[in-house]
Write a protein that binds this ligand. Structure first.
Ligand code: SF4
Ligand code: SF4
Length: 108
């Protein structure tokens, strides 16, 4: 998800027009199974000072660009934490985050 900001409207994926899970809770984009090398690939300014996960700024992960529910991109997509990879369109976590932002659940 969230690969390019230059995609045309016709090619924007559900995630690229959402971003709700990236703006759900400060402790969502936390590190779990990442090792030191994984974390070192991330820009230091996008990591929480205590190393617990991605930095949270305002109401969202600092790595998220764009406007939620319009068009977003993860600026560290290739190196994003495992919890971000694990959140899949239409699963319980996804729909919980979408509900927080007033977006309809993804079903089917
Ligand atoms: S909440 Fe669901 S649809 Fe939205 S970006 Fe996350 S995984 Fe994608
Ligand atoms: S690292 Fe990327 S995918 Fe994960 S919460 Fe931040 S912007 Fe979203």
């Amino acid at each position: 998800m969230r690969t390019k900001l230059t995609a045309t409207a016709a090619t924007i994926s559900t995630c690229q027009s959402c971003g709700a899970c990236c703006a759900y809770a400060r402790d969502w984009p936390r590190f779990t199974i990442e090792d030191d090398d994984d974390i070192a690939r991330l820009p230091p300014h996008l990591v929480e000072p205590d190393g617990s996960g991605m930095r949270w700024t305002g109401d969202r992960c600092a790595a998220l660009s764009g406007d939620i529910a319009v068009h977003v991109a993860c600026t560290v997509y290739a190196d994003r934490p495992d919890v971000c990879r694990a959140c899949v369109e239409g699963d319980d976590a996804c729909n919980m985050a979408r509900a927080r932002h007033g977006l309809p659940a993804i079903t089917g």
